[in-house]
Design a protein around this ligand. Structure first.
Ligand code: ADP
Length: 486
């Protein structure tokens, strides 16, 4: 029993571990999916911040050169002398130097109608320029491939400022100071765009590292939680429960032991009483006195009591796992005779007719004769007990249609059983219908024992009944003994 309890606790712990593991695996998977989906967003927001910083820096250069045009082109004597250091020239030169010096970064300026080939926009830049021209936001970006590498591409609109007009404004088609033809642009028009390319491999690797370390941390945390949970379960739930269980089992065992001992002690004097009444009856066989009737009554009541005591002992043995089946070749005729020897006097006393039919062709079966006798005796006793005077109890034994089972059938014309009680009647101490028409003595162990013994013999028991008309109990046991080899 202790072994069984340990196994139950182990099974419970395993179930708990499995449940917690499933929860952790599901949570970890959801976390991984969620983190991975956020990973590219996180990389993008980092490179976007960097691109904006670079763009601000390039704008500062552009504005500074633009604001310094007077200082650059006017000599100290106040004469105008165009030096060719204007904003786009300086911006492009600085961008080119930055591009050459940096590791795979690119910064350049592009425009719709380029004056030189280096200002020619590529597909991304053209899309950005179109976006700016139709009045979209002043920046445009995407994660993409560039020369076989993963990059972040960013473009920011360059608006036409007042100082731009001297080279790019009206009148269109007239050469400016640098010799290029003016485009006739107006203040606020899109002059072009700063185009920035940032390689993202290092950001992706960093984000991957962050991801891996957070997954590792999450797993460690989950493992720690599972371990703590199991420890807490063991310490505060399983251990006290086991202790309480042990205590209850001990108490229950003590009660069963007491009941079994008491029953055992009762069986000896009861058997003696029955034996003495038998001897007395044989020696007074010719008499038909009141005394004889009294002795008969003592014998029958003792038999009923002995059956109850035997049932109690068998149930105690069954629950302690000490009731094993002893199989041998059994002649069902002997079993029926043994049952009738006890039941017939009872039937006469109750005024119920008791009949038997055993198929003469019935072969011997490999089973436990004593168990079969107890099964039949309990069913017949019940039949007699729950059938009023004038009724009948019929016992029949035959082979099943397929010839594999012995079928014992006990039918009575008694009070019957309500269908909703069919299950309960086979439970220990359950006596659902007993006493509905007045108290009927019993312990509620008979059918429990019938079912338990039948199952131990590898068989089945069934009941059909109609209230007020009677009941039929059918027990089927295999001819070749229980499958477990009991
Ligand atoms: P007991 O007869 O000692 O009460 P059993 O386990 O033998 O215990 O039967 C359980 C219950 O099933 C009985 O209390 C009774 O209500 C019902 N029962 C059993 N056999 C019959 C029967 N042949 N006819 C009607 N009711 C029965």
């Amino acid at each position: 029993m202790q072994q069984g309890r340990k196994q139950t606790t182990r099974r419970l712990s395993l179930k708990l571990v499995a449940l917690v593991t499933v929860v952790v695996v599901v949570a970890a998977s959801a976390y991984v999916v969620w983190t991975q989906s956020r990973q590219s967003d996180a990389v993008e927001s980092k490179v976007l911040a960097e691109a904006r910083t670079l763009n601000t820096e390039m704008s500062a250069v552009w504005d500074y050169i633009d604001d310094s045009q007077g200082a650059i082109n006017y000599n100290s004597d106040g004469s105008y002398d165009f030096k060719g250091i204007y904003c786009s020239m300086a911006g492009k030169a600085i961008a080119q130097r930055f591009t050459n010096a940096s590791n795979n970064y690119v910064v350049r300026y592009v425009r719709e109608s380029p004056r030189t080939a280096t200002d020619e926009p590529d597909r991304f830049e053209q899309t950005a320029l179109n976006h700016f021209t139709v009045g979209g936001s002043s920046e445009y970006y995407e994660m993409t491939e560039y020369e076989g590498r993963s990059v972040f591409r960013y473009a920011s609109a360059l608006p036409v400022k007042r100082n731009c007009l001297s080279c790019h404004g009206e009148p269109a088609g007239v050469p400016d100071e640098t010799g290029f033809l003016r485009e006739g642009m107006k203040l606020g028009d899109v002059a072009g765009a700063v185009s920035i390319i940032i390689p993202v491999e290092s950001y992706v690797q960093e984000s991957q590292r962050e991801f891996e370390s957070s997954v590792a941390f999450f797993c460690l945390l989950a493992a720690a939680i599972v371990a703590a949970l199991l420890l807490a379960m063991r310490r505060w739930v399983s251990a006290p429960l086991e202790q309480a269980n042990r205590q209850l089992e001990n108490e229950s065992q003590q009660k069963s032991d007491f009941l079994a001992t008491m029953s055992h002690e009762l069986r000896t004097p009861l058997s003696s009483i029955i034996a003495f009444t038998d001897i007395w009856e044989k020696s007074h066989a010719a008499e038909d006195s009141d005394e004889r009737k009294l002795v008969e009554e003592i014998k029958q009541n003792s038999s009923v009591l002995l059956n109850m005591v035997n049932n109690t002992i068998d149930v105690a043995k069954l629950e302690a796992g000490r009731l094993s089946m002893q199989c041998s070749d059994v002649d069902m005729v002997d079993v029926v005779e043994a049952v009738f020897a006890v039941a017939e006097p009872l039937a006469i006393k109750e005024g119920v007719s008791l009949d038997r039919t055993v198929d003469p062709e019935m072969p011997f079966l490999h089973s436990d004769a004593e168990a079969l006798r107890k099964i039949m005796l309990n069913l017949v006793s019940n039949g007699l007990k729950y059938t009023p005077e004038g009724g009948s109890v019929q016992v029949s034994v035959r082979a099943s249609a397929d010839g594999r089972q012995a079928v014992m059938r006990v039918a009575d014309t008694g009070c019957g059983i309500r269908p909703d009680n069919f299950e309960a009647i086979f439970k220990k101490f359950d006596r659902p219908g007993a006493g509905e028409d007045g108290p009927i003595s019993g312990s509620g162990l008979g059918l429990f024992l019938v079912k338990s013994l039948t199952e131990k013999l590898g068989g089945t028991v069934g009941v059909e009944s109609e209230v007020g008309r009677g009941s039929v109990f059918t027990v089927c046991v295999p001819f070749d003994g229980p499958a477990t080899g009991e």
